[in-house]
Design a protein. Structure first.
Length: 256
C-alpha cells in the first residue's frame, strides 16, 4: 500500500481531534460514523454488535439517517451467518479491514442474503472495520458503496481509522461502568479525562491505564496533569479525594 496523502493524513488528524474534543460521549459514535461516510466516502455506514453464538445482532447507529427506518436488525439476524465478512471475523482473530470483494465468492453474489440486503438498503460493495471484541462477539463498522469497489487508499485509511475506533470503544467500556454521580463538565473534565480518573481510582498505574485505554503512557500522564489542574490538586491522593468529595467518583474505589 502507498502512504496516505497529506490530505488523507489531515482527515485522520481531524477525526482524532473530533473524538477527543466531543463533550458528549453518547455523540461520539454517530459523529464517527458520519465522518467515515464523508472521508472515504461511502453511501452508508453502520455500527453493528453481534452475539455469534446466539445468532442475534443489532445495528447500534448508522448514516444516512434513513437507515434508522430500514430493517437492519431483521437483516442481521436472518443472514449474519452467511455474510462472508461477518463469518470471517467470527471464526478468526483477524481484525484487518477487509472488503467483500476480497473474500466473497460467487455463492454470495447469487445468494438470498445478498439480494435481501441489496433490495432493502442497496448493499453492493462493502468494507468492514472490525473492532476488538470478546470471544463470540463481532463488533465493528460496515460501510457500503454502490457500483465501484474500494482502493488501497481506502483500506489504508480504514486501518488507521480502526485503531481510533478501538480506542473509542475502550474508553466507552470504562465510562459505561461509572455510576451516575456528579457532572464532570462542571469542572471542565472531559470524557477522556474521566476515563483516566476512573482507572486512577482503581489504583492502576499510568502504564496500565494506557494499555486499558489503548493510548500511550505519555498521553495518560498528560491527562493526569490536566485532571490535577482542574481539581486543584498536586498529587494522585489529593485529586482522588477531591473527586470523591465532588461526587465525580464513588466514595470507595470500585472493584476491577
Amino acid at each position: 500500500m502507498t502512504a496516505l496523502s497529506g490530505h488523507d493524513a489531515k482527515l485522520i488528524h481531524n477525526l482524532a481531534k473530533d473524538i477527543l474534543t466531543e463533550p458528549e460521549p453518547v455523540r461520539v459514535w454517530p459523529l464517527l460514523i458520519e465522518r467515515l461516510t464523508t472521508d472515504l466516502p461511502v453511501d452508508l455506514a453502520v455500527l453493528i454488535d453481534l452475539d455469534w453464538n446466539a445468532s442475534t445482532g443489532h445495528a447500534l447507529t448508522g448514516k444516512p439517517d434513513w437507515l434508522h427506518q430500514a430493517p437492519l436488525d431483521a437483516l442481521i439476524n436472518a443472514h449474519m451467518r452467511v455474510h462472508p465478512l461477518l463469518r470471517h471475523y467470527a471464526h478468526t482473530a483477524d481484525r484487518t479491514p477487509l472488503t467483500l470483494d476480497e473474500i466473497a465468492d460467487d455463492r454470495w453474489w447469487k445468494s438470498e442474503a445478498y439480494r435481501a440486503g441489496k433490495s432493502a438498503i442497496g448493499i453492493d460493495r462493502q468494507l468492514a472495520l472490525p473492532l476488538s471484541s470478546r470471544t463470540g462477539q463481532v463488533r465493528g463498522v460496515i460501510m457500503s458503496r454502490s457500483g465501484y469497489g474500494f482502493t488501497d487508499r481506502d483500506l489504508e485509511y480504514a486501518d488507521l481509522a480502526r485503531s481510533l475506533l478501538d480506542a473509542v470503544s475502550a474508553h466507552e467500556s470504562v465510562i459505561l461502568g461509572v455510576p451516575k454521580l456528579g457532572d464532570p463538565a462542571e469542572y471542565g473534565i472531559t470524557a477522556r479525562e474521566m476515563a483516566v480518573l476512573t482507572l486512577l481510582n482503581k489504583g492502576l498505574t499510568a502504564y496500565a491505564i494506557g494499555s486499558r485505554l489503548q493510548i500511550t503512557e505519555k498521553t495518560v500522564v498528560k491527562h493526569k496533569e490536566n485532571i490535577y489542574k482542574k481539581l486543584r490538586a498536586h498529587d494522585r491522593v489529593t485529586a482522588l479525594n477531591r473527586a470523591r468529595a465532588l461526587g465525580l467518583i464513588s466514595p470507595d474505589p470500585p472493584a476491577d
